[in-house]
Ligand binder design. Sequence first.
Ligand SMILES: Cc1cc2nc3c(=O)[nH]c(=O)nc-3n(C[C@H](O)[C@H](O)[C@H](O)COP(=O)(O)OP(=O)(O)OC[C@H]3O[C@@H](n4cnc5c(N)ncnc54)[C@H](O)[C@@H]3O)c2cc1C
Ligand code: SF4
Length: 321
Amino acid sequence: MAIQPKKHEMPTQDPLVRAKNFEEVALGYSDDVAVSEALRCLNCKNKPCVAGCPVNIHIPEFIAKIKEGDFEGAYQIISETSSLPAVCGRVCPQETQCESKCTLGIKFEPVAIGRLERFVADWHNAHSGAAPSAMEPNGKKVAVVGSGPSGLTCAGDLAKKGYKVTVYEALHTAGGVLVYGIPEFRLPKSIVKKEVETLQKLGVDVETNVVIGKTLTIDELFDMGYDAVFVGSGAGLPNFMNIPGESFKGVYSANEFLTRSNLMKAYKATPDTPIMKGGNVAVVGGGNVAMDAARTALRLGAEKVYIVYRRSMDELPARKE
Ligand SMILES: Cc1cc2nc3c(=O)[nH]c(=O)nc-3n(C[C@H](O)[C@H](O)[C@H](O)COP(=O)(O)OP(=O)(O)OC[C@H]3O[C@@H](n4cnc5c(N)ncnc54)[C@H](O)[C@@H]3O)c2cc1C
Ligand code: SF4
């Protein structure tokens, strides 16, 4: 059978519709499309795609399960090495990681590994929800500081190995950048919540509103009987440009703007946290965070959004999609 040269397209909301709402842009593959995309995989013996994945997901093996229609089996394979498949299937830069190494990509478009990962994780969440398998408890306790992707991944990996893990998060919601930075239209917060719930089913405790260093110190964590502490506190502080006018009303760091919109839901009709909406908006920068801010400003009702970037269009660091 001839190989289809292009990836199956991801269905999306119409651009003119989605520019006015905060719902997810990408709609996900159907069962049939996922199987058809999986059939593009050559099941390479040397598995170059796996080497391109930071957590070495067993890619050809999970894709083989999709080919057979065993979507839960595919999930169990992914979850052996990844604790956040529904998140990674949406926001991992697959085009520079696993997909950039895909053999099919030499001649055609690579296999849509990320879209398949997302499909499998969403299928599991809709149909099963069972926790991944874990080893017997080993009697060791670990405290994880911060519930961003690094903290949650560490917690998931350790829980699967039999450790008793507690995640301490300073904010009122777990997820780190996944909830305060990345907008709802790219990563719905219900998806992050599901991933956290899966970790809880594995036995991970999540304590929010606890600032390690203030509410509890690291020494106190050891006194409480933890054998180890993992610090995944992120790099959430904004870097200002130190130019005149930076403290004017209406000038936000991306961090503040996105936190108000994402975590505090300032885009809703009656928000507790205000945000400036409408008018003309200039976004300084050209990376993915700038794009998230620009797309959020547009959805909040800006008449015009300008991306102001110091280099050429071709040098924009944001994902081209
Ligand atoms: C707007 C935006 C969009 C992005 N988009 C993408 C993308 O599409 N793809 C991608 O791969 N990467 C993306 N990134 C980068 C990615 O989100 C980060 O690399 C990632 O979140 C880092 O994870 P982390 O767990 O180290 O830190 P964080 O996600 O920052 O999580 C750290 C957590 O620790 C908590 N914390 C801090 N100090 C304490 C303390 N003392 N006690 C308790 N808790 C504490 C914080 O509240 C936070 O919840 C994006 C980043 C931003 C800002
Ligand atoms: S490199 Fe591409 S074609 Fe080969 S096994 Fe991995 S996903 Fe399949």
